[in-house]
Design a protein around this ligand. Sequence first.
Ligand code: AMP
Ligand code: MG
Length: 715
Amino acid sequence: MADSKLKVAILVISDTASRHPSTDKAANALAETFAADGGDRWNDPTSVIVPDNVLEIQRQILSWTDTEDYFNLVITTGGTGFAVKDNTPEAVSPLIHRHAPGLVHGMLAASLAVTPFAMMSRPVAGTRGRSLIITLPGSPKGAKENLQAVIKLLPHACIQAAGADSRAIHAGGVQKLEKEADISHSPGATAEDKPLQHDHHHHHHHHDHGYGHVVPKPHTSPSDRPQSNDPNAGPTRRYRESPYPMLSVEDALKVIAEQTPDPIIIEAPVDISLVGSVIAEDVYAAEAVPAYRASIVDGYAVIASLPTADKPGSTKGKFPVASVSHAQAMSMPPPLKPGEIARITTGAPLPENANAVVMVEDTVLISTTPDGSEEAVVEILTGAIKPGENVREAGSDVSLGSKILQKGDLVTAVGGEIGLLASTGTRTVKVFKKPHIGVLSTGDELVKHDDPSPLHGGQIRDSNRPSLLSCLTAWGFPAVDLGIAKDTPAGHLEQSLRDALRGTPSTPGVDIIITTGGVSMGELDLLKPTIERQLGGTIHFGRVSMKPGKPTTFATVPFKPAVSSTDPTAQPERETRLIFSLPGNPASALVTLNLFVLPSLNKATGLGVSSGTQQGSVHQPRLGLPLVTATLTQAIPLDPKRTEYHRAIVMASKDGVLLASSTGLGGPGAGAGQRSSRVGSLAGANALLVLEPGKGVVEKGTRVQALLMGTVVPE
Ligand code: AMP
Ligand code: MG
């Protein structure tokens, strides 16, 4: 019965065989072993050859294990020795969810009976999802001997690994296979077999032999690839300690900076939407400002010459008023003839030949036109007007072709940059595209903050979404509200994340997702597994040595935009999207938003591109919060291990000294203090004091570093 058979795949790992497949003998030797000793339980093996390359090994194995159509058994051969290029165990270990040291032990024991060189083999074995993975040595003989040592057990192990969802194996076949897999007569197999079937008989005296026991423990060491909990495995199998390495804040910021993609350049119209954008290409003035010689005052345009010893200056005297030049003039006034003057208003163009303007205050009216409506003759009372006086030369504010803004300049809301662009007739500029950001809350307990019904049970109001959205908007990054993702049913979180990345016909997908909640150690903490397992993302860190904010998680996910409807032949580029999964506790969420998300947003917007290397400090003042030094007004206890980001108010004293006070200290009778969940400790706080770990307290009067989130207030 073909479909009652188990599926096996063989991965030959060898540089040589990958170049010359005909040199491979191991795949055949193993296929023969399955046929001869496999008790007719195995399909014909599928086999593939890859070089000794960790990524290629992992990619191939994952294509067999992480799919609906998974293989029950994946056997590798080769790369388990001590040679430099042998890295099969290094490739396979991180993929394993549950290690099976019993199988390793069995294989080694069998080979040791043949040769002491078995000690030079570094096999690993274990399950990933519903598949069993076993690494065998590369020599056909060794591989065969190892396989023979365990082959009787393998159907049983594979069926157990396939678990409740073993429908892939034909129902009738399962029983048959289980019966046939009863290998209790097979030498050496008894010890392993029993606990596999009778876990509960073993409770009191196990010493973590790792046989069939399901001891929930992290199977990865920090150097391994991080691997999230498998949510399907249930609470009994989740890790009891986070398998993610703990990064310092400094290292976490470095990773974020490395992973934040360089911004792309777009052409944008010069209007209010430009505020907050960073200029991507130097901008040169296409027009001079002013475009013509203009008067600075209301008065009379004159032809002036410098006074000399014998002449008092050409402007003193009575002059006919030849023309009028208004600032709103549509055309230039006629040229001025020697001996004439022209009335002129502030900002109006000077007539040709005129070279100075006399203020109206320095003149008197002598006569009018016969109808009295216009000035005929005006007397200028001073001869001291110099050429150029009260005139803005063409281009004197901005000369034609001069650089008005440069790459890296921020277009501020103050208006100066937009004014400059507008005055020179610049209609579009190259800027860095601002990232699209989305904010998502996670958790079954959450209720919309403005839901009118009273809370019941374990419900809490979703305070993180409105608080993060307002903080982002204040930074100039208006974000999309992605709502609340439920922990159950499974898949809701994944769907929310996918929808956000993809966008809708009317809103573009987001480049950066900020989530809160779901990153602690509970079985409903689904962010990490969903990112790794469902979205194929990479978790760059899952813990940071800080308080609050320890579970802060940062990941990238690959995203392939849909093929454009206007140009179906264009292959969209694979993009990298960022996910910041911040802790659910409201104070932790806001602190980590300030500390980790802001620098990434600033980098993604193009801030700091022209400044070359980042300025020295860890906190990269240009990209993160500004760092100042302030004097403590009270003693604050230190955390022995983690750097604390202590919520505080920084005030300027009358004599200009910055003072810092805590917005809440814990301790008996002092209320909840700085506890992560206490969002009150952030109300009013304008700074985070950076308190390095230590014993005891940091004394009143000590100068400490403070990251400013808001403006300094008077004492
Ligand atoms: P979690 O990481 O999901 O276990 O959340 C940690 C804590 O933060 C729990 O007490 C949650 O109820 C709380 N929390 C999670 N999300 C939010 C939110 N959006 N607003 C307020 N509190 C939250
Ligand atoms: Mg939660």
